[in-house]
Write a protein that binds this ligand. Structure first.
Ligand code: DGL
Length: 278
């Protein structure tokens, strides 16, 4: 490890709202000794139905806020922002960043056996074609089928995890994926891992689900390690947990309630930020 560069500065993770916590959860499993700042743009969520221009503007502001927190590395947990804005936004900052698309796409290419990959996500993610074009960059012979499933976001946030209604909606949405016979399905939205069981149930045992958040956590661990950016203090004693701070762009109450459910433990100490300042 490059001791010179190793730093106790936090990792910044941002999302359009609460969904990025599924990515945070995976990051905490691999990097429990890191200090982390999470920003959820709850005041302007959802991003998934918005235009490229607006998502780019919001993403720039989210990154500026994290920059002010002196983060050493940024994870864009939001699939919509990663798909349509990150590449452009990244050029204006001198902080290493990772989005969720590339790790998810790479994992899908590694896992598929029959060469048929399904991608599900928000309208912004699916319309951008970001997953499909990355997959085709790696292997142009693979067949990619993309589908927007916008109702999954509110269902996950409302806690409709094991309800009949959710199962019926999932069955209806995913029928086309079953018809074309995908053997690998990328959960290309922060909220979909919350509905993993229902999705797995509908798709059946033969279909591998790729959690892009999980893959992003693995990729981030590798990049941070290879760049010599592990937190030196805690890394010497991995049992020491890093500090975790939450920031949101509207009142914290709703975030706290849904976040507690997503994280499986109480989420408190949330600070409100005026993101329009950035
Ligand atoms: N975080 C978004 C994503 O992963 C889902 C919610 C939204 O549309 O903002 O695409």
């Amino acid at each position: 490890m490059n001791e010179q560069k190793a730093t106790s500065a936090p990792i910044g993770i941002f999302d359009s709202g609460v969904g990025g916590l599924t990515v945070l959860k995976e990051v905490l499993k691999l990097l429990p000794f890191e200090n982390i700042v999470y920003f959820g743009d709850v005041g302007r969520t959802p991003y998934g139905g918005r235009s490229k221009e607006i998502i780019t503007q919001f993403t720039t502001q989210d990154v500026k806020f994290l920059q002010e927190q002196h983060v050493k590395y940024i994870i864009c947990a939001c699939n919509s922002a990663s798909s349509v804005a990150l590449e452009e936004v990244q050029k204006n900052f001198d902080i290493p960043m990772t989005g969720v698309i590339e790790p998810g796409a790479k994992a899908a290419v590694e896992k598929t056996k029959d060469g048929k990959i399904g991608i599900i996500g928000t309208n912004a993610t699916i319309n951008s074609n970001a997953y499909a074009s990355l997959i085709h960059d790696i292997d142009p012979t693979l067949k990619v089928f993309s589908l927007a499933c916008p109702l999954f976001v509110p269902l996950a946030e409302e806690g409709y995890i094991d309800k009949e209604a959710t199962y019926l909606i999932a069955k209806d949405y995913l029928q086309t994926m079953k018809d074309v016979g995908v053997d690998t399905l990328v959960l290309g939205c922060t909220h979909y891992p919350i509905l993993k069981e229902v999705i797995a149930n509908v798709m059946g045992d033969d279909v591998t689900l790729i959690d892009s958040g999980e893959e992003t956590a693995k990729a981030s661990y590798n990049i941070i390690g290879e760049s010599g950016l592990f937190n030196p203090k805690c890394n010497q004693n991995p049992t020491i947990a890093g500090e975790l701070k939450y920031f949101v762009s509207d009142v914290p109450e709703k975030f706290s309630k849904v976040a507690t459910r997503f994280m499986g433990k109480e989420v408190i100490n949330i600070t409100r930020v005026d993101i329009s300042k950035y």
